[in-house]
Design a protein around this ligand. Structure first.
Ligand code: KIV
Length: 288
């Protein structure tokens, strides 16, 4: 998958499938399922590292996860999500950290959040030669400033601000943009103004593609998920069931069974027993 191919998919109306992944096995799952785009999202802070927001995760942690994803991924476009604090201070910081995603983790592109001050950062990254994806609507890195994890663009004024941000990100060269938690009708109204692929998460069906968080869609994380999540599996339930069965087998002596153990030639075993029975072995324990 390439950036021009995504643009082509938009033009031809072929839906773009994007998902997050944070490690080697989740990358292999995304690869095998045939998704188009994989984002190593800073949602890792919550669904992998257990924080209650996305802000604590740093560049080094993101790079470790992105590198693991790279090793399991061959076909989809791989995007590294720039964590909070890695791009806001200056264009130089933004370019240097975007380059780390490309050089150290093998990402093909990066994503950053918000319009406003991020527009300049997006321009700088794009000009440095790294494809950059925007993200507007609910931007979790600044959720507290937005009044929490809630839908954005629900008043005409908010929707106009969202449109302004999306158009500015398009104008500075973003190759695609995420719309998160935006009323479907606002998305639909905006789509005709946008030439770049729009990927929605809680933004209705009018976008060019959809993205969901790996752990949300497969039911690995949390009992309560946002309204926009559809669960396609209950892997957490499956995992707990499997783990309980293992614990029960160990406690009842049912595991390991013969098929899980290694054998030794009986003659070799006899020789080993003779060795253990030698008198010279007695009392040769280490004198600590
Ligand atoms: O970090 C993330 O997982 C994201 C997606 C929700 C788009 O930004």
């Amino acid at each position: 998958m390439t950036v021009p191919r995504l643009a082509e998919m938009k033009r031809s109306g072929e839906p773009i499938v994007m998902v997050t992944a944070y490690d080697y096995p989740s990358a292999e799952v995304a690869e095998e399922a045939g998704v188009d785009v994989v984002l190593v999202g800073d949602t890792a802070a919550m669904v992998v590292l257990g924080y209650d927001s996305t802000t604590p995760v740093g560049m080094d942690e993101m790079l470790t996860m992105a590198s693991a994803v790279r090793r399991g991924l061959h076909t989809p476009l791989l995007i590294g999500d720039m964590p909070f604090g890695s791009y806001e201070a200056s264009n130089e910081d933004a370019i240097a950290n975007a380059q780390r995603f490309v050089k150290e983790a093998g990402c093909a592109a990066v994503k950053l959040e918000r319009g406003g001050p991020s527009v300049d950062r997006a321009r700088a990254i794009a000009r440095s030669g790294i494809p950059v994806m925007g993200h507007v609507g609910l931007t979790p890195q600044t959720a507290s400033a937005l009044g929490g994890f809630k839908a954005q663009g629900r008043t005409a004024e908010q929707a106009a601000k969202l449109a302004e941000d999306a158009l500015a990100l398009q104008a500075v060269g973003c190759f695609a943009i995420v719309f998160e938690a935006v009323p479907a009708a606002v998305t639909e109204a905006l789509m005709e103004k946008l030439e770049l692929p729009v990927i929605g998460i809680g933004a209705g069906p009018a976008t060019d593609g959809q993205v969901l968080v790996f752990h949300d869609l497969l039911g690995i994380y949390g009992d309560q998920v946002p309204r926009f999540v559809k669960r396609y599996a209950d892997l957490r339930g499956e995992m707990v069931t499997g783990m309980r069965a293992y614990a029960e087998d160990v406690r009842r002596g049912r595991f390991p069974a013969d098929e899980h153990t290694y054998s030794i030639d009986p003659a070799e075993l006899d020789e080993f027993r003779d060795y253990l029975n030698q008198e010279s072995l007695a009392g040769s324990a280490w004198d600590w």
